[in-house]
Design a protein around this ligand. Structure first.
Ligand SMILES: NC(=O)c1ccc[n+]([C@@H]2O[C@H](COP(=O)([O-])OP(=O)(O)OC[C@H]3O[C@@H](n4cnc5c(N)ncnc54)[C@H](OP(=O)(O)O)[C@@H]3O)[C@@H](O)[C@H]2O)c1
Length: 326
């Protein structure tokens, strides 16, 4: 789907109709509080070196804990093997992630050397307290699940993990029982299931309705909105946190638009970058908890994390931007 410049077609009429002039398009958080934020009491932060600016966060429904609305993916970008120079470059990316308020890092046994590179980089950074470890069981074999979990802890260099997910619904019935045992024993805080590219949403929806999950992870971005019609609604109703993967559609969105001008509507709303447009559009959805863009570059990490500054988009702005890309 392509972005169409509708700036000349009734843009002002649309803005007037929606009652949205620039200042109003990104309403203060107190006014545009996302639904899931209401009533939930945030837990106290342990970190003393918290960033000075107020950064966007969302609530994990099952615990009421707040989490930074921007996480980090590691597929491809952290699969750099044992090359020390590349590992050190990824360490700098990670350092910037934490310095700018990041918490959740997502990985999987599917991502080659990514977990081991994370272990290396986190060791160099002395394991920042804010670290939220999200990894996955990715195997058809039931007996392999526990072995994979031990391996994950060894590779990351951690004693426990925060969130364990079942990658792409693989053998989910058996792995879910295992993750439930891990959660009961206090080994993990949260459990979840992942999918991507809009795949197997029927099955995911059925699982979400019939089992207790803390998180689901799925593809959601401005050009891939399949999750909106059912999955995001179910997540909201059932109190399941949502991680949006492929927020840049695997990089295609940035490749296509980065050299182009921002839509006039976005500029009028005070949006400063394509990163802000694409990522804030995702994390401003009332059911979405965080997005996990992956990057191998410090300058891209800065751009992505800057999106946490300011306010969430209003529902009206999200809707108007969606129309530009439909
Ligand atoms: N089934 C699943 O569980 C599943 C499936 C898919 C993905 N995931 C998770 O979701 C994460 C994110 O998805 P993804 O990695 O497929 O795609 P993505 O985050 O949508 O896109 C990653 C690409 O975007 C580029 N990029 C990032 N920030 C940029 C910026 N500011 N400007 C320009 N380019 C930028 C990166 O290139 P540079 O390195 O040059 O920045 C990279 O090539 C994965 O890493 C993985 O952790 C999970």
């Amino acid at each position: 789907m392509k972005y169409t410049d509708r700036s000349k077609i009734n843009r002002r009429t649309l803005i007037k109709k929606l009652g949205l002039y620039s200042g109003l398009l990104c309403l203060p958080q107190s006014i545009v509080a996302k639904e899931e934020d209401s009533g939930a009491k945030p837990k106290a932060r342990q970190e003393s070196s918290a960033p000075q600016k107020k950064l966007l966060s969302n609530t994990i429904p099952s615990s009421g804990s707040k989490i930074s609305a921007m996480g980090m993916g590691t597929w491809i970008t952290f699969n750099v093997g044992s090359n020390t120079e590349l590992r050190d470059k990824r360490t700098q990316v990670l350092k910037k992630f934490f310095a700018m308020g990041g918490e959740l890092i997502d990985s999987s046994p599917m991502y080659g050397s990514a977990q081991s590179v994370l272990g290396y980089s986190l060791g160099k950074l002395a394991y920042p307290k804010k670290l939220f470890v999200a990894d996955k069981i990715w195997t058809q074999s039931t007996s392999e699940g526990p072995k994979q979990y031990q391996e994950i802890k060894n590779l990351w260099g951690v004693k426990k993990t925060d969130l364990m997910q079942i990658h792409n619904l693989l053998n989910w019935q058996d792995h879910l029982k295992y993750l439930q045992r891990l959660k009961s024993s206090g080994e993990i805080k949260y459990l979840g299931i992942t999918t991507s590219h809009g795949r197997r949403h029927d099955e995911l929806e059925a699982i979400m309705k019939s089992h207790t999950l803390d998180f689901v992870q799925l593809t959601y971005n401005i050009t891939h909105r399949e999750a909106e019609s059912r999955i995001l609604k179910v997540a909201k109703d059932r109190g399941i946190a949502v991680i949006a993967n492929r927020p840049y559609d695997g990089g295609d969105l940035m490749d296509t638009y980065k050299s182009k001008k921002l839509p006039a509507l976005a500029k009028e709303a005070g949006i400063k970058s394509w990163a802000e447009l694409f990522l804030k559009w995702i994390i401003s959805h009332p059911a979405v908890t965080l997005a996990i863009p992956a990057t191998s570059k410090v300058e891209h990490m800065i751009e992505n994390m800057k999106v946490l500054e300011g306010n969430f988009f209003s529902p009206e702005l999200r809707k108007a931007l969606s129309k530009e890309f439909s």
